[in-house]
Design a protein around this ligand. Structure first.
Ligand SMILES: Cc1ncc(COP(=O)(O)O)c(C=O)c1O
Length: 469
């Protein structure tokens, strides 16, 4: 065994022996370094060689409280010692009841009930099944058609991947999965040629309703929206008028509007739910994950109105479940996360310090010729990378722009979440979405490191012959 461990320690890239790290399942790329992280604290990750990295993206936009949060650590320790597991089919738990009360108070009217699963994809699946069972129980048995935006991301299971708007994965699964109807996302940086952003939004809304009419209202179930996008759209923000337009179409045709807030929820955008920015166009269901467990434990949640949950209960009940639903340990982490968010005023910090980060990113764009746009809300932000700002031209695939930035980030003290999505058709970006605990001084530290990373990127692109400007 010692021999194996020694060979593991000296083996930087390849892996000849059994076992091995998870990245052996990913695309082989000898130029890409996977740092071995041995310790974390606050916004910092530490490599085995002592190198410090700032977690500028909160991992995959999940570590909302930062790392090594002592309230959460203690909650986990106490809960494991007291009640790590009981299934919700055999008993109630105080942790479930307390978390549900806290969530209802923060989420507000229309989101009184919550259903607990193990992550974002499962929560999306839960919402699909809730919408379908609601229609079925109410005698609307033909309602099956789902709609989603292109580009978008809704998760990694076959159903959630099919729902996601990603043309790169579509050919692989389209014959196995129930494919949704795709509606163009209103990309603020790239409206359709010749149209203003608002004209483009109106065009998309008309197209949405036309398609519902073509299919027949009675067949249309729901539309999923990311109110602020993530890696699929580089934090594209849906406007109030667009969301209101979608709501109106849904109301006219008896469809549900479902917000996927796996990334944007739990305070990240400066409100507990991004839905709170849309008081005139409330979604029927909201899906949370990532930040509500803050990376400490897998936790996904569907928020639903009491009116629908209670009515469905009278009709058929909601028939859906996994072994780990409503896991008390996960609920304890959810409670501790909410306590941290509220006692430390972290949601307001996401709004205020997020605005400061956005301002500093725009200032960086003045000196870095490859930042074409900065988008997002609160601490859910992304600078878009272009090789020509005037024409908004995207780097060629060979440049591997997001991956190169990710790699160069390691050399300049940053851990960056980025990869090309949709084969780069809608643009390239990196996630600048730090923990909600981030201070203004830490933003300054991030910007210094980003500045160095982008300079190294421009140098690398120039040496490799990619035209900039
Ligand atoms: C908007 C959105 N929905 C769903 C998911 C899937 O969540 P999970 O990876 O926890 O299954 C993600 C993950 O990135 C996401 O960003």
């Amino acid at each position: 065994m010692n021999k194996l461990i020694n060979s593991i320690d000296t083996n930087a890239d390849g892996w000849d022996g059994p076992g091995g790290p998870q990245d052996l399942f990913f695309t082989k790329d000898e130029t890409f370094r996977y740092p071995r992280i041995v310790r974390t604290d606050d916004i910092y990750l530490y490599e085995d060689n002592g190198n410090q990295l700032i977690d500028i993206s909160s991992g995959p936009v999940a570590s909302n409280l930062g790392h090594n949060n002592q309230r959460v650590v203690k909650a986990i320790q106490d809960q494991v010692a007291k009640l790590p597991f009981v299934t919700n089919r055999t008993g109630r738990t105080n942790e479930n009841i307390e978390l549900a009360a806290k969530l209802a108070a923060l989420a507000g009217e229309g989101f009184e009930r919550s259903f607990y699963v193990s992550g974002g994809s499962e929560a999306v699946e839960t919402a699909i099944q809730f919408a379908r069972q609601w229609a079925w129980a109410n005698g609307e048995t033909e309602r099956t058609k789902l709609f989603s935006l292109l580009p978008s991301y809704h998760g990694g299971t076959v159903a959630a991947l099919a729902l996601s708007g990603d043309e790169a994965v579509e050919p692989i699964y389209k014959d196995m999965a129930v494919m949704p109807e795709r509606i163009s996302a209103p990309l603020s940086y790239r409206p359709l040629e010749g149209l203003t952003h608002e004209q483009n939004e109106d065009r998309i809304l008309r197209r949405f309703e036309d398609r519902v009419n073509e299919l027949g209202s009675e067949k249309c179930l729901a539309i999923f929206l990311e109110p602020v996008g993530g890696l699929a759209s580089g934090c594209n923000v849906l406007s109030q008028r667009f969301v209101k337009g979608v709501r109106e179409v849904c109301d006219r045709h008896g469809m549900m509007m479902i917000f996927d807030e796996v990334m944007s929820g739990a305070g990240r955008t400066g409100a507990f739910l991004t839905a709170h920015y849309h008081p005139e166009a409330k979604p029927d269901l909201v899906v949370l994950a990532k930040g509500i467990g803050s990376g400490y434990i897998p936790l996904g949640i569907m928020l639903a109105p009491a009116s629908k949950v209670d009515r469905l209960r009278e009709l058929t009940g909601f028939n859906y479940g996994h072994t780990s639903n409503t896991n008390p340990l996960a609920c304890a982490v959810g409670i501790a996360t909410i306590e941290e968010l509220t006692t430390r005023n972290l949601i307001k910090n996401a709004a205020d310090t997020g605005a400061y980060l956005e301002e500093r990113l725009w200032a960086l764009a003045e000196t870095v010729p490859v930042i074409g746009d900065v988008r997002g809300l609160g601490f859910l932000l992304a600078p878009e990378i272009v090789c020509d700002r005037h024409n908004k031209t995207i780097f060629s695939a060979e440049a591997k722009a997001p991956d190169t930035l990710r790699q160069l980030g390691f050399d300049h003290g940053l851990s960056i979440y980025a990869r090309r999505t949709n084969n780069g058709k809608y643009g390239d970006w990196i996630m600048t979405s730090p923990p909600l605990t981030t201070t203004r001084n830490q933003v300054d530290e991030m910007i210094d490191r980003l500045d160095q990373t982008f300079r190294a990127f421009v140098d690398r692109m120039t040496v490799e012959g990619h035209r900039i400007g």
